[in-house]
Structure formats: C-alpha cells, structure tokens
Ligand binder design. Structure first.
Ligand code: PEP
Ligand code: MN
Length: 332
C-alpha cells in the first residue's frame, strides 16, 4: 500500500510510523510517502489522522503502477522531456563501447548532424567472456564527458557493478543498468539514492513482474526518474541473439507509469535486421529507442555484428522521422 502522509507529519513521525507498518519511507520533495508490503489493504484506524490518501495494491508493483499514477511519468534529461504530456520518442544512439577519442567523437558528430540529443556508449562492459574487451573504464567516461562539453550532448553509460557506480553517477546524464545487472541490489539501491535519470534494462531471463519490481527498488529509494528498457529475452530460438518482447512492451505501457524504451540492437544481434525491427519498435509508440551505431562496425571491440554503419543509421533515422507523425509522436 502507498500511503501519502498529511502535511503536518514530520520526518521523525514518518520514520516511526514506517517502523510500525514495516514500510519504506520515501521523500520525493513534495510530501512524505510510505510504501508498505502490498499485503496491507487498509491503514490501521489509529493512524488515520496522519494519512492524507492511501492506495492499496494486489501485488508489489506499486509505485510503478498505473493504479497509482494513471499516465506516464515525466522524465527530464536536462531540457529533453519524455512521458508526461509530451508525445516525444527519444532516440539514443552511439557505439556499444567507447573505444577511442576519435571513435566516440565521430559518433558525437553523427548525433549533432542528425539532431539527436543523447549519445550512448559503455565504459564498463559486462562481457560474457573475461578474455574480451572489458571497456575503457573511467577513461571512457571522461571521453564521454568531453563530448558532452564539446557538443552539448547528453551522455548515457552503463554501470557493470556497484564498485564504480559513483563514477557513472558523476559523469553520465543517464545511468544505464544493464540486463545482466537488473538484479544487482547494490546498483538498484544506489540509483534509488540519487536524483539522476536511470534506464533499467530487463534481464533476458526475467518476467515482466520481476523487471518492474526491480524498478520499484529505485523508485522506493526516492528516485522517480526511472525508464524501463526491453532489450530481448531468451527463448528457444537461436537464429537471432534474443527475442524482442514487443508484447511485453505493450503490457508495460498498459500497466506501468514508467516511460518505456526498446533496444532492437541487442535483441536482434545482427545489423541486417535492426532497421526493420526499429521501425516496428517505433510503431509501438514508446518513449524511446536505443540503437548501436559505429563508424566501422567490422572492427568494433564489442557487439560488432549488430552495430549499424552510419549510412544505414542515417537512412533508418530518416524513415523514423517520417513515421512519427503517422502515430502521433515526435522523434527527439
Ligand atoms: C549495452 O547496451 O551495450 C548492453 C550491454 O546492453 P544489455 O545490458 O541489454 O545487454
Ligand atoms: Mn552492446
């Protein structure tokens, strides 16, 4: 149950009540909120004078539920807005990994040329093998920050584990939590404690319920700037890297209040299918798309097979721009 406390309740009273109700106390800056286990269906009568409003739930998807906020939460990345009353679909583009200044600068210049506001690239890569490129680490984040300063772009980069969370918080405008880290409670709680937008990717072996409950860890920490990203789940199919769960995206739009992103690059795993799949994603009317593009995919140090070369990306982007009005959206 989500409980909005009355204005006259101070932090100490809220904490005391939180202990009595086994509730998390969250402060979003406009009033204190308690979140109890969803098993609680009514506020005990003795505390009713402290409560302004309460919202019961049938399961532990609470803060992310449309039954709590009937609409999509607004998320602001600087001056870029998604969700809320906007009809914006945000494109995030860039290589899988930062590899060199020259490489990331070329991606930054592509974004500027096309009017794309957010540049992606991993600096701490959660690779499947320890013998492959693991990312440039903090040096990579510094290169991304340099691109922000030089080109006025926003930066998104992923956290691999909580040991370097503070670096990503310091350098990135959006913190990306990768599919393999969706259950890392150190990262989730750390992201709940900051006031920066977070893009949470769905683990490839997790249900929608588990995915959204991971988001609840961040939301209940007091950070309401959370975006969900479906990036493909593992099924019996092996011809493509993963299976993009577009049905799941429809479910997330219907039942949660968080902006939804789709990542066709990691789902498909092969560049040949990414443009068509991205248009299918655009047609879903989601808040964002995240696409990998590289100046020379053949020599990319990670995810070489799925990254689009620039001419292919530019052609795709033009087709998405043309599609947007037909589905009453604006590509930003
Ligand atoms: C990535 O975005 O480069 C990445 C590793 O994605 P995922 O966590 O979805 O595999
Ligand atoms: Mn990648």
């Amino acid at each position: 149950m989500i409980i909005h406390l009355s204005r006259h309740v101070d932090r100490a009273q809220a904490e005391a009540l939180g202990v009595k109700l086994s509730a998390i106390v969250a402060d979003y800056g406009n009033g204190i909120v308690l979140i109890t286990p969803s098993a609680m269906k009514e506020v005990p009568a003795e505390f009713s004078s402290l409560v302004e409003k309460s919202f019961p739930f049938s399961d532990d998807i609470q803060l992310a539920s449309r039954k709590y906020i009937d609409g999509t939460r607004e998320v602001r990345i600087g001056d870029l807005v998604i969700g809320g009353n906007s009809k914006n679909t945000m494109m995030i583009a860039g290589p899988c990994s930062v590899e060199s200044e020259e490489q990331i600068e070329s991606a930054a210049q592509l974004c500027v040329k096309l009017g794309i506001g957010v540049l992606r690239a991993g600096a701490f890569k959660p690779r499947t093998s320890p013998y492959t490129f693991q990312g440039m680490g903090v040096e990579g984040l510094k290169l991304l920050a340099k691109m922000r300063d030089k080109y006025g772009l926003k930066i998104i980069s992923e956290v691999r584990d909580s040991t370097h969370l503070n670096y990503v918080i310091e350098y990135a405008d959006i913190i990306q939590i990768g599919a393999k880290s969706m259950y890392d409670h150190g990262i989730l709680r750390g992201c709940g404690a900051v006031r920066k937008p977070v893009l949470l990717k769905r683990g490839f072996g997790t249900t929608l319920q588990e995915f959204v409950q991971s988001a609840e860890f961040i939301l209940s920490g007091g950070n309401d700037q959370v975006m969900l990203c479906e990036r493909g789940i593992r099924t019996f199919e092996t011809k493509t890297r993963f299976t993009l769960d577009l049905c799941g995206a429809a479910w997330l739009k219907q039942y949660t209040n968080l902006p939804v992103f789709l990542d066709p690059s990691h789902a498909m795993g092969y560049a040949y299918g990414v443009p068509d799949l991205t248009r299918a994603c655009m047609a879903m009317g989601v808040e964002g798309l995240i696409i990998e593009t590289h100046p020379n995919p053949a020599v990319a140090k990670s995810d070489a097979s799925q990254q689009l070369d620039y001419p292919t990306f530019e052609k795709l982007y033009a087709s998405l721009k043309a599609m947007a009005p037909a589905i009453d959206r604006q590509l930003i």
